[in-house]
Design a protein around this ligand. Structure first.
Ligand SMILES: [Ca+2]
Ligand SMILES: [Ca+2]
Ligand SMILES: [Ca+2]
Ligand SMILES: [Ca+2]
Length: 361
């Protein structure tokens, strides 16, 4: 082994050790967390505070896959390309959902990439619509309280207006249904980031888009005058608790767009919806990417159970279900919590004994 490769191997070992979620007292001492030694002797409140901070620091947890919200999906293990040449993370299978490990993190996914060259009659399951409506890939990564979502689709702003109507993202959680405004007015260069215009599409009974209104009240194509524009702060990337939903017009109807009139705004995601990867990579004409991150704790999300997204006409559906095990506390942190409980009981017991002794004296 040469010196350089030896150093590289050692660096890899160190990195591997760092990546492990080790909250054992010995490990905490080694890392200079002051409470480590005190676990055994159940020290003062400061010690407990240090331990609590060590446990609850999100960056310490499963942070291997680093999501960069830029419209490029390389870090997700996805290469976007036209004419059925896109590739997806190793271990995933088309027309399936589940989880795979990408760069050390668990990626929950739904992969359903239909023929990129299919016209309007192309089957998507459950309905038809071809590449313009194809929901191709959804990935979800949970790292501490940070949730990141990636969507690959044929719903792009350069489609004919009549075939463009991206729905909003639905989050099913332990504290109710949340929505994320997708935005994306028809036409233009298709680059949408957080704070850009929100939009509500109006469809006919066949699922074709008649028009839309955006969050500053402008009309696109020919929406009826009765279609309400989304309220001014329902911008792209905004997160809403318990909004009402507009349903798609095709049987069976399902919730697909926030109505733009209800719910409580609880946050703004780091967000992009784009036709190309600006830092090199995809510059084709068949796909668009939605990529976002937000903090579940700050938005009061509770436990995330499922993420759903579909075009406004509901003819294709991406759905990722998050298993309960994704939210289970780490065995290491359970040990610490158990230790803290024992310490607190011990402290109470000692205090009581001291009180009794003081009385006896
Ligand atoms: Ca990215
Ligand atoms: Ca496709
Ligand atoms: Ca699909
Ligand atoms: Ca919307």
């Amino acid at each position: 082994m040469t010196q350089i490769s030896h150093l590289a191997a050692e660096a890899a070992r160190v990195k591997h050790r760092e990546a492990r979620r080790d909250f054992s007292p010995a490990h905490l001492v080694a890392r200079g967390v002051s409470g480590g030694l005190s676990v055994a002797r159940c020290g003062a409140g400061v010690t407990l505070l240090a331990l609590l901070m060590a446990i609850s620091t999100p960056n310490r947890v499963d942070a291997a896959l680093e999501v960069n919200v830029d419209g490029c999906l390389g870090e997700w293990g996805v290469t976007v390309a036209d004419n059925n040449r896109s590739t997806f993370p190793a271990g995933t299978t088309n027309f399936s959902s589940g989880s795979v490990n990408v760069a050390g993190s668990t990626l929950y996914y739904h992969l359903e990439d239909q023929d990129d060259q299919a016209g309007a009659r192309g089957y998507l399951g459950p309905e038809y619509g071809g590449q313009a409506y194809d929901g191709e890939f959804m990935g979800v990564v949970i790292q501490g309280s940070k949730i990141s979502i990636a969507i690959l689709t044929g719903q792009r702003s350069t489609n004919w207006v009549s075939t463009y109507s991206p729905g909003d993202i639905i989050l099913q959680t332990s504290l109710g249904i949340f929505g994320i405004e997708v935005g994306g007015v028809p036409g233009g260069n298709g680059l949408v980031t957080e704070g850009d215009l929100g939009i509500t599409f109006q469809l006919n009974r066949y699922g074709n888009t008649l028009g839309a209104k955006d969050s500053v009240g402008n009309s696109h194509a020919n929406p009826s005058s009765s279609l309400p524009a989304p309220q001014s702060d329902q911008v792209a990337g905004s997160i809403w608790k318990e909004p009402e939903w507009l349903q798609d017009p095709i049987d069976p109807p399902s919730d697909v767009q926030m109505d733009g009139q209800s719910g409580t705004r609880v946050g703004l995601a780091d967000y992009v919806y784009t036709l190309s990867c600006p830092t090199g990579g995809y510059t084709g004409t068949q796909h668009a990417v939605i990529e976002l991150s937000f903090d579940a704790f700050e938005t009061g999300l509770g436990t995330l159970n499922s993420v759903l997204w579909q075009p406004g006409c509901g003819n294709d559906l991406l759905q990722v279900d998050i298993p309960e095990s994704a939210h289970a506390p780490e065995p290491g942190s359970m040990l610490i919590w158990g230790g803290i409980g024992t310490c607190l009981l011990g402290m109470l017991y000692r205090r009581r004994r001291q009180t009794i002794r003081a009385k006896d004296a």
